[in-house]
Write a protein that binds this ligand. Structure first.
Ligand code: GLU
Length: 283
């Protein structure tokens, strides 16, 4: 039997209300920790100050309590961890593995604010720009993917479903590691914070599978341990589409307000049985 001390986490972004898909992820992470006598942590990924709302943080805590999912230790707010993210970026700067990107905010936002979305890799416009020619101009920091991959060498990680996965971060291109407006990014923050919190098992939706290629690379470059991953299938609605607020998926808050028993809902999700009208995608 595997006797490792297990530490899992739920890491929502407080940019909207949680829906059943979030509940499924949280239940799975909680179940794994509790089944193994381990810890279940809650991290609020609020680096995007423009889109994060205190009301959503409060809603997340209410939702988890309603589901009967207790967490260990204090809630960690990612916005309080910017120094650690900056230190990691500094390491990459020293190694010459990042470069300044002066491209417009709109272009960058498309590439980083949505960890789930398929976005075309950055074309490398700023890779060869002489930064000295743009003094005082605000900029993001991007990884020089080709150099970083060469520096790290071949990498893999272990996934609960996919088995041993060879990391191919090249496919993601020169991702942003620090934004113009916020001195960090999803990829950098999640990698640094998972390590700092001693997370041993990352449980999250398969929509973040591609991001893990980048996280594995950053772990290697920063000398951080690699957790095990469980990229679980997503919950889908009757239309077979993944849940999203814009598609009218009910928020947990609305289910709660409608009198749904959160603990029963969580017990169902624990058995991979979502409420009527929802199912777990087969892919
Ligand atoms: N904060 C991310 C989100 O809300 C999830 C991060 C992760 O689980 O790695 O989608």
């Amino acid at each position: 039997m595997d006797e490792r001390a297990v530490v899992t986490r739920f890491a929502p972004s407080p940019t909207g209300a949680l829906h059943l898909g979030h509940a499924y992820s949280a239940v799975r992470a909680h179940r794994l920790a509790r089944a193994r006598g381990g810890a279940f942590l809650l991290r609020i990924e609020d680096i995007d100050g423009m889109r994060s709302r205190a009301a959503h943080v409060a809603g997340i805590l209410d939702d988890l309590r309603w589901l009967g999912l207790d967490w260990d230790g204090p809630v960690v707010f990612q916005s309080a961890r910017l120094e650690a993210h900056a230190a990691a970026l500094e390491t990459l700067k020293r190694r010459g593995l990042v470069y300044r990107c002066f491209c417009t905010r709109a272009e960058i936002a498309g590439a980083i604010s949505a960890p789930h979305g398929p976005t075309a890799p950055y074309p490398g416009t700023c890779r060869t720009i002489d930064a000295a020619s743009r003094p005082g101009e605000s900029h993001a920091w991007r990884i020089d993917m080709a150099r970083a991959v060469a520096a790290a060498g071949p990498l893999d990680w272990r996934d609960e479903r996919a088995g041993v996965v060879r990391a191919v971060p090249e496919a993601q291109g020169d991702v942003v590691l620090a934004r113009k407006d916020v001195a960090t990014s999803y990829h950098l923050a999640v990698t640094v914070d998972d390590a700092a919190q001693g997370v041993t098992d990352v449980v999250r939706g398969v929509d973040l599978f591609d991001a893990t290629h980048v996280h594995r690379l950053l772990q290697a470059l920063l000398g951080l341990p690699t957790p095990l991953y469980d990229h679980h299938p997503l919950l889908v609605g009757a239309d077979g589409e993944r849940l999203a607020k814009r598609r009218g998926s009910p928020s947990l808050a609305s289910l709660r307000a409608g009198g749904v028993d959160g603990r029963k809902l969580a017990a169902g999700l624990m058995e991979d049985t979502p409420p009527a009208g929802f199912s777990i995608a087969r892919t």
